[in-house]
Design a protein around this ligand. Sequence first.
Ligand code: HEC
Ligand code: HEC
Length: 349
Amino acid sequence: MMARQAGISFTFSMGIAAMLLLVTACRQEPVEPLPSDLMPAHLAAVPIPADNPLTPAKVDLGRRLFYDKRLSSQGTVSCASCHRQDLSFSDAPNQVSRGVNNALGQRNAPSLINVAYRPHYFWDGRAATLEDQAMAAFLSSVEMDADTMAVSALLRSGVYRDAWRAAFSDTAVSMRRAMMAIASFERTIVSANSRYDQYVLGNKAALSEQERRGMNLFFSSRSMCGACHGGQDFTNDQFQNIGLFNHYFDRGRYNVTKNMADDGLFKTPSLRNVALTPPYMASGDSDKGPLTTLEQVVEHYNDGGTPFSNKDRRVKKLGLSKAEVADLVAFMKALTDSSVLTRREWSAP
Ligand code: HEC
Ligand code: HEC
């Protein structure tokens, strides 16, 4: 495990007060790029690795790199091609994404909001840090298929020279440093302004009666949803099988551990902004066809899933009524924070 030092925590505030606070905070604290309303107090401080401190210059550079298609071999694909801000940094509604040369990947692109909090990355958890994850996407033949010589030349050129020096205080270019900058930018993508968050912060009117019924059911031992989708981002960050297939061609966590007990296990995804990122699941698919709506997902759980050797015991016939299914869906829709979609700090520079 990488040593992590605590990040920065701020009080939650919004609107004009927050904007003023942001302006003064930037003047007095030059190393602090997170506006206060991006770092609300009801979330844990963003974990920042000791070997990649977050600075405004690095975040700035990372943002430019995240949106730069010249990082891919054909100059056609950037990180943002598959992680689009207007889609909560996902690739909805594509089941799998297309990289360079229109190469098709195998898995559904997850949203990147609050990704800094995850202890491992990819559906099978094969990357331990955001820096490693970014490097994998950058080099992957079905994603960016980067030509590192060409990218080095670009980073050394006038296009990036000043931004690079500002971020790293010298001009030594490395792919590792480029990924450190991208990871720093990703760590600023913090979302916590859904109506559910407002409810948690004391505004009881933020959720309708139906959404509150859905919330109670979600966190109940009857549905067991909260057992896996718990915590501030609605994920336990563990690997489970939920019975989508009776045979897994993509074996998930097994690919990492080679342990049969991990066959068909995938990381529990966060449910923040889940309504914006169909289709669902690592494959976007199931034995019964693609899961393109939250209703279909809840019906999947309600049916108890397809029998499979490693299916989690908590996934079983639930006996939920039509109204209860609708309540759960309504609750998940209240996890939408649409401010993410337009926040300028995260848009193409
Ligand atoms: C061609 C589409 C595509 C491109 C380009 C792409 N990604 Fe992804 N990204 C995906 C897919 C698909 C996954 C899931 C893959 C898996 O789990 O094996 C993913 C997963 C991730 C994750 C893991 C999230 C989690 O919760 O586990 C992060 C972080 C991420 N991408 C960031 C990036 C960055 C940074 C770049 C640019 C360097 C990038 N991606 C480029 C499609 C893409
Ligand atoms: C045993 C743990 C577990 C339980 C219980 C559970 N989930 Fe999940 N959930 C997961 C895992 C793991 C995935 C991803 C599975 C995959 O891709 O193969 C997932 C995926 C999802 C997705 C898709 C999200 C996305 O972005 O693709 C939704 C929505 C969801 N669950 C909602 C629920 C609801 C609602 C309940 C309760 C009825 C529930 N889950 C119960 C572990 C669980």
